[in-house]
Write a protein of this length. Sequence first.
Length: 343
Amino acid sequence: MKQISTIGLDIAKNVFQVHGIDVNGKVAVRRQLKRRRVLTFFAKLPSCLVGMEACATSHHWAREIAKLGHEVRLMSPRYVKPYVKRNKNDAADAEAICEAVTRPTMRFVPIKTPEQQSVLMLHRTRQLFVRQRTTLINAIRAHMAEYGIVAGVGRNGVEVLLELIAKGEDERIPPAARECLMALAAQLHLVRRQILEADRRVLAWHRTSKVSKRLEAIPGVGPLVATALVANIPDPSIFRSGRDMSAWIGLVPKQNSTGGKEKLGNISKAGNRYLRKLLVVGALSVIKRAKILGYTRHPWLVRLMQRRSTKIAAVALANKIARMAWAMMVRNESYRTPLSQPA
């Protein structure tokens, strides 16, 4: 076997594809590997550059292969796709990965630690419970409406329906339907407890992280947003500026510019959807508080809201929050509160 300098590894559940080249760019190895033989294969190789797509299980394999002395780099699959020649298959994907990882302008994804992945798992589990809670509430409302029982919107309306189900005194609900509603109500109570437990775990991890506690001082950023930022961005220095990070999150306009004419559209919605949602919700809370108190520490936000809608202003503020978070994380600084100015 020739001396291998670069390897493109297309990972999967059971069958992995390897494409390796030597220092001259000629193919040195092209083969399939079973899952149980992957680490054995890399253990026998001298140190080389290994490229992989940042997808499911990629961080685990990156950590394990790096332990064997190799340099591992992860890339977004959308950046690898242009290097695929003709039809898509495992061999073509591995070759494309091997080609993309050697590009000097390629953007790489930092390898996450097990602790960072555990925090992300906690956030995703909580998000799943929140979706289940919404589904259960909608189901209870819909079933009750079939019998002419309708409550107001919001949390108070749901509590009225749950109280009716618990009492079981409403004659409009048949016994069979009441049993189904009681099962849904019991499931809703369980999901609510699980969400509260997830919130407590997030808060406990937040208190152990210095960076997360510093980020909490930014208006619109609480423990949930701060921990999500720290876990999703293990190395903020990979971004050249805060604008690059906000662009990665998807909080900047899409461009369709040519011939020196700039055309900007809606936000790109690239990157992390969950992180973008948290930042926008946090920005909306800042705007709501500013409207109630009649002043804001962001005069530019007041001027923007005078000529744009609330949602557009919220996205602009979320963009600014992301840039402030990047500056604090990179420079290891604390948040400096600006002076209040009348709106």
